[in-house]
Design a protein around this ligand. Structure first.
Ligand SMILES: Cc1cc2nc3c(=O)[nH]c(=O)nc-3n(C[C@H](O)[C@H](O)[C@H](O)COP(=O)(O)OP(=O)(O)OC[C@H]3O[C@@H](n4cnc5c(N)ncnc54)[C@H](O)[C@@H]3O)c2cc1C
Ligand code: FES
Length: 260
């Protein structure tokens, strides 16, 4: 983990509510795991001292570029959209614990909304090891379905469901997931972006004895384990434990997640 400045190569909207930013990180030599995040100074450090956490969307080791896909939500992400090509961005990272791949078998990734940004990096890593990857992307509208083409291009099989088309209920996602688990040799299941889908993935991992991991979100201040702003509860055996999402997570075994 280090603090560094990176030059912005592109920063543009990819749909009504989502933007993608690409940084030149050629000066930095660092391993970056899918599921890890960077803590980003989005605007003026004096007026807005709190950084914003964004997961790695794509780290290109050869080109030494780092990309993030972000939902424009409030002050921080709005300020990020104002950054132009050639501007410098200050980051801390890579931070946190990332995903782990199964030794064998195919992966099933279940993402909702911008949660697909986090799972996209995992899909790439798995495809680079020639593992089969199925991705269920759930969104409000067809326009909000992100990264379908990119994921298809890298050889993942993408299944989309939306609220608008009334295909995104938990029951629908369950029957699609169960079909894939039974027919496609799924050995591991991962999720990000929705509490109700996380509960579903937790149940499926338990019922079908799959390796399962969840990328969680929490409001963060320091991002490096000092302030406990991101504390959450996990289950270890019969005990409940308080952990920090920024250092102990953001990725946890799905069996440990406490989902109300
Ligand atoms: C580990 C991690 C990875 C993330 N990866 C991505 C990503 O790849 N793409 C993406 O679009 N978003 C991601 N998020 C969510 C993103 O950090 C928030 O949407 C963003 O901080 C909102 O800031 P804002 O100023 O625009 O919004 P505001 O709502 O104005 O934010 C106000 C405060 O709340 C915090 N906050 C608000 N929503 C969230 C949230 N959902 N999670 C954590 N903190 C929040 C902000 O950090 C800020 O301190 C991630 C969050 C975490 C914890
Ligand atoms: S954000 Fe400070 S401990 Fe996690």
């Amino acid at each position: 983990m280090k603090t560094f400045n990176a030059k912005i190569m592109t920063n543009q909207s990819v749909s009504t509510r989502y933007w993608q930013i690409t940084l030149d990180v050629s000066a930095i030599d660092m391993p970056v795991q899918p599921g890890q995040f960077f803590h980003i100074q989005c605007g003026d450090a004096w007026k807005n001292p709190l950084r914003r956490p964004l997961s790695v969307y794509h780290y290109n080791r050869e080109l030494r570029t780092l990309e993030f896909l972000y939902l424009v939500k409030g002050t921080g992400t709005q300020q990020l959209t104002l950054k132009k090509k050639g501007d410098m961005l200050n980051l801390i990272g890579p931070l946190g614990q990332g995903f782990t791949l199964p030794e064998q078998g195919a992966l099933l990734l279940v993402a909702r909304g911008v949660g697909v940004a986090t799972l996209h990096a995992l899909a790439r890593e798995a495809r680079s090891e020639n593992k089969r990857v199925h991705v269920i992307i759930s969104a409000r509208t067809p326009e909000d379905l992100l990264t379908v083409e990119t994921l298809t291009h890298i050889g993942a099989t993408v299944h989309t469901v939306t609220d608008e088309e009334e295909t995104s209920s938990v029951e629908s996602v369950r029957s699609l997931s169960e079909k894939l688990i039974r027919e496609e040799g799924i050995s591991a299941i991962y999720t990000c972006g929705s509490r109700r889908l996380s509960k579903l993935v937790q149940e499926l991992a338990d019922e079908y004895q799959l390796k399962g991991e969840l990328a969680t979100e929490a409001h963060m201040a320091c991002g490096i384990g000092d302030c406990y702003a991101c504390a959450c509860t996990i289950r270890k055996g019969n005990q409940l434990k308080t952990v920090r999402v920024c250092t102990d997570g953001p990725v946890f075994p799905i069996s440990q997640a406490v989902l109300q």
